[in-house]
Design a protein around this ligand. Structure first.
Ligand code: CA
Length: 624
């Protein structure tokens, strides 16, 4: 309560600021440590500048990116380093061409602008992440012991050259997102050995710098394993992109646990959030995408709110700081993909050039291009600083703008009958300062319409704003565990005649909804089984039975769904499988049920092929 009063007082005092209009609302984070790191990873900056990219402040005055960061309250720059990001002919792989030469240029400018440095060694010639940890070309045929020595020498040389620029290196990452190993090595033994080889060089060049390890998502097992294998380090770093890496609660829990269990410091080494759905450089963006939940609106205010939430979580967990990944990876100045590609290829300002294909044929070799991050930058598509570039400053001072309504909280109800709709009397209006307000609504039930799965009714607030309410009709499924979500599948009778794999399993990618499903497969080429469920005590009337199936690698098949009434076959409907995610939905309608009948519904599957497989999900027996 006390905190709330203090904040309310701040708001009152901030009225002059509100008149100045900061462009966003930001509630300050109380007691944020003065030395909290706000790092900006601007590794692509030199390649962008060489491509003709210019940076502007909010008023449109061209400025140096480092000066803009300093003005925004950032106190640290993070840079990635690749060993040799060039092909045999000397063509750059792209992604900012982040070799030691480029790192030194960035280091020099960071020092000039009083920004400290966090160095991120990938120990690869190009991107290292959970999906790839390719050894540098020069280390390819080395033994682990030889790699340790080469890694030590490379780190020693790179940091010595960076030290000569006058850079204040505070932290050095030995590896980038090393979930699956490092420099072509995949065992924890090797990972720990390589981390220690790098850490030894760090201590020799920058005795006061913190030695960091870095993983792609907050998971306790990563630090636990490398510590068990003898890795020595000071800071556990994790990436945390809110749309990919789970809840803030889990983030806080893992960061807290690592400090408590191992006495290590912690930091969020990468985060970001989009301010728009749009793209500015003709190269599609990483997010949003299918199956990815965006918890904040894709607006500048949403970006601010996301960054505040991540920073508040970091502070709550006692982290050293937060690094924002590539806030300035903007579009190069071309009017088409082809125009831009000339600059990406020549200056390495896209995520990968075509030349990177010789090193990384399956990813860079196929999908090379520009920036997939321009909608997560802290600059607009006009290259002017967004208000969010000042987040480090605003998180201490607070920020305010003109209060505006940003939308309405989605309205939805469930009902057993459309004849008896109980629509909400009000809808919740949302504002950019985070406040809400209930607005009375006058619904027009004559607008009731059927959507794909649900119904919708329209109305107007008492101020005349058009709003809608989704209506979900509750239809009772008479089957138990119809989507295989529960582990207990005793309600199903299964007859496996061929001995292939038939069992319940879980996979978000393979199921129709939820995560449970019923799986079948046979490596020897033949599956033959029946799965069924019987129901009694149904009210008399007409019923409908259906299920979903997909699968593949089948040459010949005989599959059907069927209905038995009191043990006698009533009806069947044929089905087949084609390929993954191509769902079939066989249905049997108008099943006449009398009181006391026992209804059995099921699937009979017989198929042959080279490893035939399939998944059954979302069974449904409903009264019509
Ligand atoms: Ca883009």
């Amino acid at each position: 309560m006390k905190a709330f009063c203090v904040f309310a007082l701040c708001l009152c005092l901030a009225i002059p600021c509100a008149l100045a209009d900061d462009g966003i609302f930001v509630k300050p984070i109380e007691d944020l440590p003065q030395d909290f790191y706000f790092a900006a990873d601007i590794s692509s900056v030199i390649a962008l500048e060489r491509s003709g990219v210019k940076f502007y402040d909010a008023d449109g005055t061209q400025k140096d990116l480092f000066a803009l960061l300093k003005e925004g309250g950032w106190n640290m720059v993070r840079i990635r380093i690749w060993n040799d990001p060039f092909d045999a002919e000397g063509h750059p792989y792209g992604g900012g061409i982040c070799d030691v030469d480029i790192a030194c240029e960035i280091a020099k400018r960071a020092a000039k602008n009083d920004l400290s440095l966090m160095v991120d060694f990938h120990y690869s010639d190009f991107w290292a992440d959970p999906g790839k940890q390719f050894a540098p070309k020069a280390w390819k045929n080395m033994t682990l012991a030889q790699k340790e020595e080469a890694l030590y020498q490379f780190t020693l040389d790179a940091l010595s050259r960076i030290r000569a620029t006058g850079a204040q290196v505070k932290m050095v990452q030995m590896g980038n997102e090393t979930d699956a190993g490092m420099a072509g090595e995949t065992s924890y033994t090797a990972l720990a050995a390589l981390i220690n080889a790098g850490g030894k060089a760090v201590k020799e060049v920058y005795p006061d710098a913190l030695r960091a390890v870095h993983f792609s998502k907050p998971q306790f097992n990563f630090p636990r394993e490398i510590i068990a294998f003898g890795a020595e380090f000071d800071v556990y770093c994790t990436s945390y992109y809110p749309y990919w890496h789970g809840s803030l609660e889990n983030l806080i829990s893992v960061l807290t646990q690592v400090q408590k269990t191992y006495g290590k410091q912690v930091m969020i080494a990468e985060t970001a959030y989009p301010f728009t759905m749009d793209d500015s450089d003709f190269n599609g963006n990483s997010v949003p995408g299918d199956g990815v939940t965006m918890d904040w609106p894709l607006t500048v205010q949403g970006q601010a709110d996301a960054l505040r939430a991540v920073t508040a979580a970091a502070k709550e967990a006692g982290a050293l700081g937060v690094a924002y990944w590539e806030p300035a990876w903007l579009s190069v100045p071309g009017g088409s993909w082809e125009d831009n590609a000339i600059l990406w290829e020549k200056y390495g300002s896209g995520w990968a050039s075509s030349y990177a294909g010789s090193y990384d044929p399956n990813d860079a070799g196929k999908y090379y291009g520009g920036s997939s991050w321009d909608n997560q930058a802290l600059f607009g598509f006009d290259h002017r600083a967004l208000p969010t570039l000042s987040m480090p400053r605003f998180l201490r001072t607070g920020a305010a703008t003109v209060k505006q309504r940003t939308g309405f909280r989605p309205c939805s109800i469930t009902t057993e009958s459309l004849d008896d709709l109980r629509l909400p009397a009000a809808i919740v209006a949302l504002y950019n300062d985070g406040s809400t307000n209930a607005m009375p609504v006058i619904w027009d039930t004559a607008t009731l319409e059927k959507l794909e799965d649900d119904y919708q009714v329209s109305g107007k607030t008492i101020y005349g704003d058009p709003v809608t309410c989704q209506i979900r009709l509750l239809i009772t499924n008479c089957l138990q565990n119809p989507g295989f979500e529960s582990e207990d599948i005793a309600m199903y009778t299964i007859e496996n005649r061929s001995g292939g794999e038939v069992y319940r399993s879980t996979s978000i990618n393979d199921c129709k909804s939820g995560k449970g499903l019923f799986h079948f497969y046979d490596g020897d080429g033949s599956v033959d089984f029946t799965i069924a469920q019987s129901v009694s005590n149904l009210a008399s009337g007409l019923y409908q039975f259906s299920l979903y199936i997909h699968g593949g690698d089948v040459n010949a098949s005989d599959m059907e769904i069927f209905v038995l009434i009191n043990g006698e076959k009533y009806a069947s409907a044929p089905m087949s499988v084609t390929k993954w995610q191509e769902w079939q939905h066989p249905t049997i309608s108008s099943i006449p049920v009398n009181e006391g009948d026992i209804i059995t519904v099921g699937a009979r599957i017989t198929c042959q092929g080279k490893g035939p497989w399939g998944k059954l999900d979302d069974w449904k027996l409903i009264k019509e």
